[in-house]
Design a protein. Structure first.
Length: 144
């Protein structure tokens, strides 16, 4: 029991991180969020390229509002510091659905299919850079 408590205490301990690291994380967060917000807005607006993409993937265009709302809410949660981890979890699930859709359509692996995976890595990398608790939960150690 004391081991679990001491591990929890370490997660809550304040560990200083450099300003450069925090700002790098913020910049990545901003870029990812801008892309996700634009994607959500496009799902609400339903321009011709979005309708064509929905038809190509087999998704009914009527679901574009629902998908846009899910993406918008997830991205907003990701942008709020207190809910950033929950937002990252939701975005990871959303991006996983995009991977599944691309796999089902047998799209090229390293470009179309894995593109959402690359974004997911950036989502978590940005949190790792700017939130010390995340970097303690996902430790990346130097081999030295």
């Amino acid at each position: 029991m004391s081991t679990a408590m001491s591990a929890g205490a370490r997660l809550d301990a304040a560990v200083p991180i450099s300003r450069g690291r925090v700002w790098t994380g913020r910049m990545i967060t901003g870029l990812i969020s801008a892309f996700m917000l634009l994607d959500a807005v496009m799902k609400f607006a339903k321009p011709a390229p979005v309708a064509a993409a929905f038809a190509r993937t087999g998704w009914p265009i009527e679901l574009s509002i629902t998908l846009g709302a899910i993406l918008l809410i997830s991205t907003i949660l990701y942008l709020i510091p207190r809910t950033a981890v929950v937002g990252a979890i939701l975005l990871t699930g959303y991006l996983g659905g995009a991977v599944a859709t691309n796999l089902r359509l047998q799209n090229p692996l390293f470009t179309n299919t894995l593109f959402p995976v690359y974004f997911g890595i950036l989502v978590w990398a940005a949190l790792w850079l700017r939130i010390p608790a995340v970097s303690r939960l996902i430790p990346i150690h130097n081999s030295n």
